[in-house]
Design a protein around this ligand. Structure first.
Ligand code: ATP
Ligand code: MG
Ligand code: MG
Length: 562
């Protein structure tokens, strides 16, 4: 097997193992906030954390970071779990930051008692001014030196719901002159009179991310708490909060109950031609600019799945982009490359005609039908063969016929021959047109000896091209949804004067009526196929017993590169 070089987080882990950290104390977590569906960016973090879990045989917790009841919902919790399992990862424990609300509160009380936290009752505007700027130190506010007793009484009152939202906050007492703005007495708790999806109306105060996250890591004995680069400046605060509850702060303990978590930052995934913030994706959903979180044009895991992306292709993509410390933008065509590679191996080849024109083989007996052998996947011998019906009247693709062939037209034209895939060589003899001059029916003759695979001399004749087709009598009608990029700009959310919505592609969905070979009549949602010469398609969940619906997943080649 090919030896893969270690990425920087693996290197950090290898180093600590080499210096005596016990492998059985390695522990990771994936910490989504249940305020939206997972997107392809999350997949990078998932593959990283769960990949480390697999590599080091270490537990990976699924921790819902549910500290903001204003935005979080059970629907999102359920969707996140479904997407993780579909991606192929199993967490060791399903945990919630809200499980720790009482412990976090108790630690906050202890910090107040130690003079490390206080209640500030200024307006948020006043606090912002008092906080200073990156070039100017902040100043101590008027409530900074409240007595411990007063702080404890107010904090309890906040908890009990005695005060309106915005009237008080709990702040850590650190250093208003710190060069790191985040260390200038950051908020620990705010009042929110909100129903929480798990704790109901138990709490009127909710902890801030910076306070909750590290302490939750500590509670779960997470050894390596991995997040994206935006959190580099938060690390000092992460460590400060841990110092308050972890007395032996300077030394790493190897006792699993005392493992001190450390935060490590890697570059987030940025992809071109899309937006990835959950806030923006939510806006697309709420304003009905797409058909839900799993719209096949969305960069969500559920959208990609519905579009026909495979879990293996997403994992492969995450592996090929690597894990590094420098931000960059990945071309979305890399994801499609990984997808084609996977579908090429997995997707059975079938025939479908999406823009049909009728073809009559005039020397093929009326009423006759044959069931011809068709190979399911030439890349995969074990995939075997199926039967496709052939008869006198067929559909071929309208663009595969031109009355008069221009140079290098390797398709059908009057007087010229092509092969019908898995069937015979035909020659077009004449075309019938409507009163507007549009071709409506092609008449052709076939070479009776030319059946593919028959071994006859005629079957080995070389002709200009090979076309896909379906027999009209046996074909099954299907709705086929063709997609294009949702945004026409490479970086839709990077423009100062314009909103990302200004760059939506108005032609990102086109629905056509096509005909597919009868073997597809029993296909079920999620099945993948290659429609020969057209691309990869998957059966959509809108499919019913009486109606087949397909999504175009991706073309056979990268159309954008041509
Ligand atoms: P968004 O900005 O889309 O709301 P988020 O970071 O707020 O994303 P979380 O639910 O908090 O969303 O993310 C869970 C985990 O996924 C975090 O550890 C976060 O760092 C990681 N993550 C989110 N977006 C990306 C991305 N684009 N690339 C890599 N990791 C990401
Ligand atoms: Mg977050
Ligand atoms: Mg967020």
């Amino acid at each position: 097997a090919e030896e893969k070089s270690l990425h920087f987080i693996e290197q950090i882990i290898e180093d600590s193992l080499a210096s005596g950290f016990p492998q059985e104390n390695l522990r990771f977590r994936f910490p989504p906030e249940p305020n939206g569906y997972l997107h392809i960016g999350h997949a990078k973090s998932i593959c990283l954390n769960f990949g480390l879990g697999l590599k080091y045989n270490a537990p990976v917790n699924l921790r819902f970071d549910d500290t903001n009841p204003a935005k979080e919902e059970q629907e999102y919790v359920d969707a996140i779990k479904e997407d993780l399992l579909w991606l192929g990862f199993q967490w060791s424990e399903e945990l919630y930051s809200s499980d720790y609300f009482q412990q976090l509160y108790d630690w906050a009380v202890a910090m107040i008692k130690n003079g490390k936290a206080y209640i500030d009752s200024q307006s948020s505007e006043a606090m912002a001014i008092q906080k200073g700027t990156p070039t100017q130190p902040g100043v101590d506010g008027p409530f900074r030196n409240r007595s411990v007793e007063e702080n404890l009484t107010l904090f309890e009152g906040m908890k009990n719901g005695d005060f309106p939202e915005g009237s008080h906050v709990l702040r850590a007492k650190i250093d208003m002159a710190s060069t790191n703005m985040l260390m200038r007495d950051p908020l620990m708790y705010r009042i929110l009179h909100r129903h929480h999806h798990r704790t109901g109306n138990d709490w009127n105060i909710y902890p801030m991310y910076d306070y909750a996250h590290g302490e939750s890591d500590y509670i779960e004995h997470i050894s390596h708490s991995i997040c994206t680069l935006e959190f580099v400046m938060h690390r000092e605060l992460y460590d400060w909060f841990l110092d308050q509850i972890y007395p032996e702060s300077s030394s790493q303990s190897n006792d699993v109950d005392k493992v001190r978590p450390h935060q490590y930052e890697f570059a987030r995934l940025n992809l071109n031609y899309t937006v990835m913030s959950k806030r923006k994706l939510l806006q697309l959903v709420q304003e009905n600019r797409v058909n839900g979180w799993d719209d096949p044009r969305m960069p969500t895991i559920s959208g990609l799945r519905r579009r026909g992306y495979t879990a293996a292709s997403i994992r492969k993509f995450c592996e090929s982009i690597g894990v590094a410390k420098r931000e960059n933008v990945i071309d979305v065509s890399l994801l499609d490359f990984c997808l084609r590679e996977d579908l090429n191996k997995k997707a059975p080849r079938v025939m479908a005609v999406l823009d049909p024109i009728k073809l009559v083989i005039t020397n093929y007996p009326e009423g006759k039908e044959e069931f011809l052998d068709a190979e399911n996947n030439q890349e995969e011998e074990a995939a075997g063969f199926r039967k496709v019906p052939f008869s006198r009247e067929l559909y071929i693709e309208r663009e595969d016929f031109l009355e008069v062939a221009p140079a290098k037209f390797f398709r059908l034209s009057i007087g010229n021959e092509v092969r019908l895939k898995n069937a015979y060589i035909i020659k077009a003899e004449k075309v019938i047109k409507d009163s507007d001059g549009n071709s409506i029916e092609i008449h052709a003759t076939y070479d009776t000896d030319s059946l593919s695979g028959s071994g006859s001399e005629a079957s080995k004749r070389k002709v200009a091209g090979t076309l896909h087709w379906v027999a009209i009598k046996h074909a099954v009608e299907a709705e086929v949804r063709l997609y294009d990029r949702l945004f026409i700009d490479e970086a839709p959310d990077s423009h100062k004067e314009k909103n990302f919505l200004d760059f939506m592609n108005s032609n990102s969905l086109q629905t056509v009526k096509g005909f597919v070979e009868p073997s597809l009549a029993t296909a079920i949602a999620g099945d993948h196929f290659q429609f020969q010469r057209l691309g990869y398609f998957t059966v959509d969940k809108d499919t019913t017993n009486s109606k087949l619906v397909f999504n175009k997943t991706v073309g056979l080649k990268d159309a954008w590169e041509e």
